[in-house]
Design a protein around this ligand. Sequence first.
Ligand SMILES: *Cc1c(COP(=O)(O)O)cnc(C)c1O
Length: 365
Amino acid sequence: MAYERPNITALSAYVSGEQPADGRTIKLNTNESPYPPAPKVLEAIATITGESLRRYPPPTAAGFRAAAAQVHGLDASQVFATNAGDELLRLVLTVFTDPDKGGRGIAITEPTYSLYRVLAGIHGASVTATPLDEEFSIPSTWATTLAGSDVGVAFVVNPHAPSGRLESLDTLRGIAEALRGRGVLLIDEAYVDFAEQSALPLLTPDSGLDNVLILRTLSKGYGLAGLRFGYGLGHPDLIASLDKARDSFNTDVIAQAAAEAAIRDQADAREKWSLIVRDRALLRDALRARGFVVPETQTNFVLATVPPAGPDARSIYEDLKAAGILVRYFDQDRLRDKLRITVGTPEQNNTLLAALDRILKTEKV
Ligand SMILES: *Cc1c(COP(=O)(O)O)cnc(C)c1O
């Protein structure tokens, strides 16, 4: 197209998991929660009136930010509300990279969330990609590499997608220290609700770090992927920088009300997280019993290597799809022999396992 910027011409757009409209498909492909949001979320949406829609919303989602700050033991000045996690990622690129004259770009480890590359492409920011180690762990040399580089933002998904692996606080601290004074470490905690530990301790003043931003989203853990609400946590100076670059009213009044109700109802959320964590272990064991290799995961999905003797991952994905079950297949290095499967309800997981038994022609376990 003659009208667009050259970097847009060169861009391959982000490809999201399929979203069938039929309502019958068992969707285990995009890591949505299998459970609806808390009843209080729907009650909060029901309180929206014509009058509240007539007016502009609170520009920085003050009510939500106060609630999130309380939940996380932070100050509201350390919370930044966005139109879901993806908007935060876009703003981080806008604010902390510098495409001019080949300036500060981004650093990623691969495989990772594919949106990072797309956002870099949109912004014309350079990408330095480092392969993850064998077990999808961050190479111990990465921090040293970053220390000598001109990186504006390093992105770490933790727990990692698509492997589910959790990196230690020490590893994250080392990366942030290597970048301090020059670049920001964005820790993407989209799946932290299902993990044993978060990077929040890196935000305390005694950590001595001023360059850590944590991404959170209500899409996965709160059953609200359709709402589009996420937030960033970090040093007040980082939040102030992001605040300069956001849309004047980047979150709407309905989303703010729903998100505040969701984050205030930690009891409801925790109950659902524990069901998913319980069923994750059952799904992992059941897949292992069928010959899949399934590493430990701290997320709401498993990354399963298909049994070597049977059909390949792509054809299992196709057969499951024909049976009305969607899982995620990545036609990508290191992932072609694997399926990423979201943990569903017990009933959905059992339907998946029964379909796999038919496809693999194994004995029913
Ligand atoms: C889902 C996800 C996000 C954010 O998703 P939103 O729906 O935009 O909040 C960010 N990072 C990773 C790795 C994700 O899987």
